[in-house]
Design a binder for this molecule. Structure first.
Ligand SMILES: Nc1ncnc2c1ncn2[C@@H]1O[C@H](COP(=O)(O)OP(=O)(O)OP(=O)(O)O)[C@@H](O)[C@H]1O
Ligand SMILES: [Mg+2]
Length: 299
């Protein structure tokens, strides 16, 4: 009798275990699906953040183009007047007019050159649509980012470029541009309103890699903040100023290129982000490989 009840208990147990196993298997499937959804949501976020940052970029650029164009528009009228004075009978007026014309032509020239520089930078930035793998010059890519960030950097920030003429890298140029943009934006924001604000960009390269170091003399990152800076949505900035996605996107994009990124920081001294990229993106593309997607377009 006692034996039977043990058997019964065993049977119950077995059934319970079976149910539990089925339950776990189902939960496991659900988890896998959730993970999949999250991964897709993250990709979506990366894309929409890119759109958001394009919006900010456009606002900045409109502002940036406005100044030189205003200078041109406001100079053309007086320029025309001064040219009219060339017909004056008074030689002193003619001499004065000639001098004014030269000055004003210079203003127009500067404005036009500045506008052209902005447009060129934008062109280089957008040329690089995100799926295509191209050869691009790293130093120039940084220059383009700097050009587009002038409105953020010009307030008392000294930009020191130590370019090693590192040459070209093969990869998603648009994504790498975004890496530099995000890091330089953070540096500019860290330097805002500070004295002795310097951002130094140093590039070095060898046969296999290119290294870019972006150093700011900002406040540094406190120890309790440091481990969280790569987390999506982690920000210490005010609502509306930061989404907290900048560095998580940087991390993602650098990793996709098979590169690495490191941070070194000291309170009251500043922060350095070091990006190391392989010359060839194909060195690694961890996520795409893992999910078995086709990965890169055919070359
Ligand atoms: N150069 C830096 N100096 C000091 N702190 C930094 C620097 N770069 C990043 N941080 C810290 O890391 C946090 C996360 O940076 P991240 O770029 O991911 O987001 P964010 O700049 O706050 O917002 P977003 O980039 O979306 O506008 C920042 O809020 C800031 O606290
Ligand atoms: Mg940022």
């Amino acid at each position: 009798d006692k034996l039977r009840s043990t058997e019964e208990v065993n049977l119950d147990l077995e059934r319970a275990v079976q149910m539990r196993t089925a339950d776990l298997a189902r939960k496991n499937r659900e988890l896998a699906e959730t993970l999949d959804k999250l991964t897709r949501a993250q990709e979506q976020l990366v894309r929409s953040e890119k759109l958001a940052s394009i919006g900010q970029l456009v606002a900045g650029i409109a502002h940036e183009i406005n100044n030189p164009v205003n200078a041109i528009v406001n100079t053309v009228g007086p320029l025309e007047e001064a040219i009219g004075e060339f017909n004056s009978d008074d030689p002193a007026v003619r001499i004065e007019a000639a001098k004014d014309v030269r000055d004003m032509v210079r203003v127009v020239q500067r404005g036009a050159q500045r506008t052209k520089a902005i447009v060129t930078a934008l062109h280089n930035y957008s040329r690089t649509d995100e799926e295509s793998v191209v050869d691009f010059d790293v130093d120039r890519s940084i220059d383009d980012s700097l050009e587009l960030l002038r409105h953020l950097l010009k307030l008392n920030v000294t930009v020191v470029k130590k370019f090693g003429d590192v040459g070209r890298v093969r990869g998603h140029a648009g994504q790498i541009n975004q890496v530099f943009m995000n890091l330089l934006t953070n540096a500019a924001q860290a330097l805002a309103g500070r004295e002795n604000a310097i951002v130094t960009i140093e590039t070095t390269g060898d046969a296999a890699h290119v290294q870019v170091k972006i150093t700011d003399t900002g406040p540094g990152i406190p120890t309790h903040v440091l481990p969280r800076i790569w987390d999506p949505f982690f920000t210490t900035k005010d609502v509306g100023e930061g989404t907290g996605l900048g560095l998580s996107i940087v991390h993602e994009l650098v990793e996709r290129h098979g590169g690495t990124i490191e941070v070194a920081t000291e309170l009251g001294v500043g922060t350095t982000f070091t990006v190391k990229l392989p010359r060839e993106i194909s060195a690694l593309e961890p996520r795409k490989r893992a999910t078995g997607e086709s990965g890169l377009p055919k070359r």
